[in-house]
Ligand binder design. Structure first.
Ligand SMILES: [Zn+2]
Ligand SMILES: [Zn+2]
Length: 174
């Protein structure tokens, strides 16, 4: 494994490893390192930056942006921080508007001008979003099962109804 990584130019897992085309990241510190990007089918690249360094670099690319966002949205710093914590999409939209595009995509483009590909970045993000939604649907569908027989054929499972009933086995529950 070690040898394989070295052959691919990856010798330091503390460095930021990613696909310079779409921005997919190697998960070096969490289990096996991905050395090939599944989206682009090209090897990932070890940057010369540490993971922290890379994050700092990205933050630097956003310098002055929070002030502009607060200004244009007419919110206080406290409100801004709250919205960032909640991952309020309005903040992301405003940042994208001010920067003229997805700020992380712009950052990657600046870092890897020859390789970065916005289409690949966007399609990867769309895929991530889809996977998240799929997971969410699975969680939802698990919730909507009869606790006795596990059937999904249930009725009344709505916030406004007092209880749920299973069409399959007739069990009712609150
Ligand atoms: Zn990729
Ligand atoms: Zn049942």
């Amino acid at each position: 494994m070690q040898k394989y990584l070295q052959e691919n130019g990856i010798d330091d897992l503390k460095k930021k490893i990613l696909c310079t085309k779409c921005g997919q990241e190697g998960n070096g510190l969490m289990g096996a390192v991905k050395i090939k990007c599944e989206c682009c089918n090209i090897p990932m690249v070890q940057t010369r930056y540490g993971i922290r360094e890379f994050a700092i670099l990205y933050n630097e690319s956003l310098e002055g942006v929070p002030e502009k966002v607060m200004d244009s949205m007419g919110i206080s710093e406290r409100e801004y921080q709250d919205m960032v914590c909640r991952r309020d999409p309005r903040i992301q939209d405003e940042v994208a508007r001010i920067k003229g595009g997805n700020p992380y995509a712009l950052f990657l483009k600046e870092q890897f001008p020859g390789n970065f590909n916005l289409t690949a970045f966007e399609s990867r993000n769309a895929q991530i979003k889809q996977e998240k939604e799929q997971k969410q649907r699975e969680i939802e569908s698990q919730k909507l099962r009869c606790p006795r027989c596990g059937s999904t054929n249930i009725r009344g499972h709505r916030p406004w109804s007092a209880h749920s009933a299973c069409n399959h086995c007739g069990y009712t529950w609150w």
